[in-house]
Design a protein. Sequence first.
Length: 204
Amino acid sequence: MPTARQIRPPQQERSRHAWDRVLEAGTWILENEGRDALTITGVCERARVTPMAIYRRVDGLAGLFWAIYDRGMKAVVATYEQELARAAAFAPDSPARVAQVVTAVAETFERHAPFLHQIVNYSTTDPALSQRGSDESLVLVERVAHLLQGDDSTAAWDVARMLHQECVFRAMYGDRWLSREPELFGQFVERLRLMAFSRLRVSR
């Protein structure tokens, strides 16, 4: 499976700037026009580079997609860690920590919704992407479970998986998923908090 290690990194500053433009252009096309619109020609036009600027770094369109994926997921994980660090500042098993963990997961998905919407939906037809997403998601779920009540808590694992699954479905289908009216982000977070408090038996 292609990974960031297979990207041939640019050495010169000018080449680095060009590669950054390529990734930014590819990300924009993916988020705004979808996976099927992601082409070498389209990225080159938007990034103002020649195809050679891409082929020097990756092996064609598939390699470019994985480079865009790696870049996007690094940003997602960075947000996740930043938000979860805030939760870790509260006392273990406290309502404040549980509430902040819920916010951390939901906020991460909300902030990166355009990217995650495309990735999650495309993964339903791409086994390699689905497997990689599953593996990386498990790492994040483990981190959440540990912050909630420790690695050995079944309730914490249930809540961590519930949070991730709820956010994945919201990313896939939007704020009307299983709802007659749009569920505002604040309402979504509050519903997840109530579910987490109940399963963890934590009083507000």
